[in-house]
Design a protein around this ligand. Structure first.
Ligand code: CAA
Ligand code: NDP
Length: 285
C-alpha cells in the first residue's frame, strides 16, 4: 500500500508519538483532537523530541523542519479523514467513544481507507462491527514511548482481510517498527501479560507489603526492568491501566483480573499519573 496521507485521531501521548514516527517515515500526517489545546500540546511534544535529536547531533535542523512541516494539526474530523489512506485511532480507551468515532470515520473516509485502532485491550472485532468495512479494520498497537519502542502488535479482527494485514505489517516496517501478529482476545498479548503484573504491584502497596519506591526497586534491581511497575503505571496513565484491567475482567470473567481498589481510588481522585502530575509518585514542579 502506498500511503500518501496518514491520519491520527487523538493527540495525547500515543497519538502524538504515532504522528511523529509516521512523519519521520516520510508520510503526510494529519493529527486530530477534539481540543485545539491538545493538538498544540501534541505538536509541541513532537517538536521537543525532534529538537533533542538535533541537539544530540543525530538529525539535521532541516530534517527536523521537514518532518514538522509534514504534520498538520486539526480539530475538524472531516478535514483530517476525508483523504486518508490509513487512519490510526488513539483516543481514550473506551468502547463507546471508539465505536462512535469509527462509525463517523466509516462515513467520512474513502472506500479504500484502512481504519486502525491503537487500543490497548478492546476487541477489534467489536469496533469493526459498527462499520460497513469490517474487513478493513485492524489493531495497530504501538508501545509507549512510541519513538523509542520497537514493537507494534498487529491484531486481526474476525473479518480482517489478509491484504489489509499485510499492508499494515509493511507500514509498521516502514515506520521502523517490528510488527508481531496476534489474535483478537482481550488485552491481546502485551497487556494480558503486563497489566496483571502492574495490578499485582498495586495490590502489594494496597496491602501494605511495601512502599511504591520499594516495589519498583525490587523489580528494577531484581528483575532488570527499566522502570518499576508503579512508575510504568504512572507513565502509561492510571486511567488507561484501569480500563485495561476492566476489559480483561469483563472479557474473561475471571476474578484473577479484578482491578485493585487502590487503582480505582486514584483514578476517581484524578490521580492519573505523569499526565496529571500525580499518581503513585508526584511530578509537580
Ligand atoms: C499500555 C500499553 O498498551 C502498551 C504499552 O505501551 S506498555 C509500556 C511499554 N513501555 C515500557 O515498558 C517502557 C519502559 N521504560 C523504558 O524502556 C525506559 O525507561 C525508557 C525508554 C522510557 C527511558 O529510558 P531511560 O534509559 O530510562 O531514560 P533516557 O536515557 O532518558 O531515555 C532513553 C532514550 O529514550 C528517549 N526517550 C525517553 N522518553 C521518551 C519519550 N517520552 N518520547 C521520546 N523519546 C523518549 C530519550 O530521548 C533517550 O534517547 P537517546 O538514547 O536516543 O538519547
Ligand atoms: N498510554 C499508553 O502507554 C498506551 C496507550 N495506548 C492506547 O492508546 C489510546 C490513547 O492513549 P493515550 O495517548 O495514553 O491517552 P491520552 O489521554 O494521552 O490521549 C487521548 C487523547 O484523545 C483525545 N480524545 C478523546 N476522545 C476523542 C475523540 N472522540 N476524538 C478525538 N480525540 C479524542 C483526548 O482529548 P481529551 O483529553 O480532551 O479528552 C486526548 O487528547 C488508548 O486507547 C490507550 O489504551 C496504547 C499503547 C500504550
Amino acid at each position: 500500500m502506498n500511503v500518501q496521507q496518514f491520519t491520527v485521531i487523538g493527540a495525547g501521548q500515543m497519538g502524538s508519538g504515532i504522528a511523529q514516527v509516521a512523519a519521520q517515515a516520510g508520510m503526510q500526517v494529519k493529527l486530530h483532537d477534539i481540543e485545539d489545546a491538545m493538538v498544540q500540546k501534541g505538536l509541541k511534544g513532537i517538536e521537543k523530541n525532534l529538537t533533542r535529536q538535533v541537539e544530540k547531533g543525530r538529525m539535521k535542523g532541516e530534517e527536523r523542519d521537514g518532518i514538522l512541516q509534514r504534520i498538520q494539526g486539526t480539530t475538524q474530523l472531516e478535514e483530517a479523514a476525508a483523504k486518508a489512506d490509513i487512519v490510526v485511532e488513539a483516543v481514550v480507551e473506551s468502547m463507546a467513544v471508539k465505536t462512535e468515532l469509527f462509525r463517523r470515520l466509516d462515513e467520512i473516509c474513502p472506500p479504500h481507507t484502512i481504519l486502525a485502532s491503537n487500543t490497548s485491550s478492546l476487541p477489534i472485532t467489536e469496533i469493526a462491527a459498527v462499520t460497513k468495512r469490517p474487513e478493513q479494520v485492524i489493531g495497530m498497537h504501538f508501545m509507549n514511548p512510541v519513538p523509542v519502542m520497537k514493537l507494534v502488535e498487529v491484531i486481526r479482527g474476525l473479518a480482517t482481510k489478509d491484504e489489509v494485514y499485510l499492508a499494515v505489517e509493511q507500514l509498521a516496517r516502514k515506520m521502523e517498527k517490528t510488527p508481531v501478529e496476534v489474535n483478537d482476545f482481550p488485552g491481546f498479548v502485551s497487556n494480558r501479560v503486563l497489566m496483571p503484573m502492574i495490578n499485582e504491584a498495586i495490590y502489594t502497596v494496597y496491602e501494605g507489603v511495601a512502599e511504591p519506591e520499594a516495589v519498583d526497586q525490587v523489580m528494577k534491581l531484581g528483575m532488570n526492568h527499566p522502570m518499576g511497575p508503579l512508575q510504568l503505571a504512572d507513565f502509561i496513565g492510571l486511567d488507561t491501566c484501569l480500563y485495561i484491567m476492566e476489559t480483561l475482567y469483563e472479557g474473561f470473567g475471571d476474578s484473577k483480573y479484578r482491578p485493585c481498589p487502590l487503582l480505582r481510588k486514584y483514578v476517581k481522585a484524578g490521580w492519573l499519573g505523569k499526565k496529571t502530575g500525580r499518581g503513585f509518585y508526584s511530578y509537580e514542579g
